[in-house]
Design a protein around this ligand. Structure first.
Ligand SMILES: Cc1cc2nc3c(=O)[nH]c(=O)nc-3n(C[C@H](O)[C@H](O)[C@H](O)COP(=O)(O)O)c2cc1C
Length: 415
């Protein structure tokens, strides 16, 4: 550390370093467990110190005895501002990318788009089902697929920020891929998202099986999930013409929306404006960029939207008038009972249900999850809160909606 750099530290930061047992003259000196001052300040969320240490040339890539770096501490501590700060200084050595298999003349294309090659990205979404089935057992099939859809939604949101088009693919040889990726029965591919230029070129399958690392320390098979996955992995989905959505969003604001997106469990029972509600519905109606499609119908139980009659709507069409907030609270199993006895579906502004008469359940559920992620982001973008609801009484919800089709997902939005 040069004299010049040392001088650039403020008195407050110098004091902080001394108080924590660090030497202001050697910014990269490891302390307890190998933690450098930068790691310590990041862990404690002291933005001013982190910033000064970075500016003074502290090593952002240093790792402690557990091989964690400052970025790890920022993520661990939920310090979003520090995550952004550290990423901005380009932590190239630890971006969580680990090369586990080098592609030479082989690739994933032949499993997904046979006869073609892609000059771009292929994102595979997979599911380690025991992470959900240990708790939800058979019902976790629903969560696994909805979660996959949410991941696809997150990839699409990121693609939008980076000015890339992304296409979702559901109908492909998932079983061959599971086998070649060595997943055994512990993990399975659910979907894929591709971005880039597609060319006519045959790419060979993977030369070797990829070494498999189980995503859970412990595993108990669930036959229902495995059978349900296998059966729905091979059925063909409905097909449609590929069309990309066109979003007119402020990129900086949307970037912040992605970073800050959270689920909410309690609403203040305040109304949302009709303009905001219609904007959110419009976002949901934008095309879903896939050829393998299942139509999702969106029912909204409107409780608190200014200028709108409370009742059940299909899209913007009023199916029946009524105050169904107690009913929807019950249908969503009166979740999040607080000490004041409120259930969040009943306190929301709108409870939405995604319904479908799909050919392929696996595809339909993922499209529902994809729309769920879109709903989260569209509402959070407007400052409106949102939560997914995977637990509801299926048959009774169908009765309220007056439909024979399956209810795939529930969601609540509000303030
Ligand atoms: C598919 C899905 C189903 C969910 N179902 C419920 C639910 O039934 N009840 C609930 O309280 N939260 C539910 N959530 C919200 C999750 O608990 C929440 O997303 C999770 O705790 C992570 O928090 P975050 O969304 O703030 O990142 C669901 C979320 C997803 C994605």
């Amino acid at each position: 550390m040069s004299q010049l750099e040392r001088q650039s530290l403020s008195a407050a930061t110098t004091q902080w370093l001394i108080a924590k047992g660090y030497n202001p003259g050697d910014l990269n000196q490891p302390g307890e467990n190998g933690d450098t001052a930068l790691m310590k300040a990041t862990r404690e969320g002291v933005y001013a110190v982190v910033k000064e240490l970075i500016d003074a040339g502290a090593d952002v890539n240093a790792r402690n005895s557990d091989l964690n770096n400052a970025l790890w501490f920022a993520c661990f501590g939920n310090h979003y501002d520090l995550i952004n700060l550290l990423l901005a200084v380009n932590i190239v050595e630890n971006n969580s990318l680990t090369l586990i298999y080098e592609l030479i003349d082989d690739g994933l294309e032949s499993y997904i788009i046979p006869g073609k090659s892609i000059n771009g990205f292929i994102f595979l979404i997979s599911c380690v089902y025991y992470r959900s089935s240990w708790k939800y057992q058979n019902r976790s099939m629903r969560y696994c697929l909805l979660d996959s859809g949410h991941h696809l939604g997150a990839v699409s949101a990121s693609a939008f920020l980076h000015n890339k088009d992304i296409q979702l693919i559901f109908d492909f040889d998932k079983l061959a891929l599971n086998s070649d990726l060595g997943f055994e029965n512990k993990e399975f591919i659910t979907a894929c998202a591709v971005s880039g230029e597609v060319q006519d070129k045959k790419i060979r399958c993977l030369r070797l099986k990829v070494p498999f690392v189980c995503g859970t320390d412990y595993f108990e098979p669930n036959q229902f999930i495995e059978d349900a996955y296998q059966a729905t992995a091979v059925e063909k989905s409905r097909q449609q013409k590929l069309e990309y959505p066109q979003f007119d969003l402020d990129k900086d604001k949307f970037y912040q929306t992605i970073w800050n997106r959270r689920s909410i469990r309690r609403f203040r029972k305040e109304p949302i404006s009709q303009e905001d509600y219609l904007y959110i519905v419009q976002q949901l109606q934008q095309p879903i960029p896939t050829e393998n499609y299942e139509q999702i119908e969106i029912y909204s139980v409107v409780h608190r939207v200014e200028g709108m009659t409370p009742g059940l709507y299909k899209g913007t069409y009023l199916v029946k008038t009524g105050n169904f907030n107690e009913k929807t609270g019950y249908l969503c199993i009166n979740q999040a009972m607080s000490t004041t006895g409120c259930a969040y579906a009943k306190d929301s502004a709108v409870t939405l249900f995604f319904v479908s008469d799909y050919l392929n359940y696996q595809t339909a559920m993922q499209i529902a999850g994809f729309l769920g992620q879109r709903l989260y982001l569209a509402s959070n973008y407007l400052g409106i809160q949102c939560s997914g609801i995977g637990a509801y009484y299926d048959d009774e919800t169908k009765e309220l909606l007056e439909t024979n089709k399956d209810v795939l997902y529930g969601m609540v939005i509000g303030i």
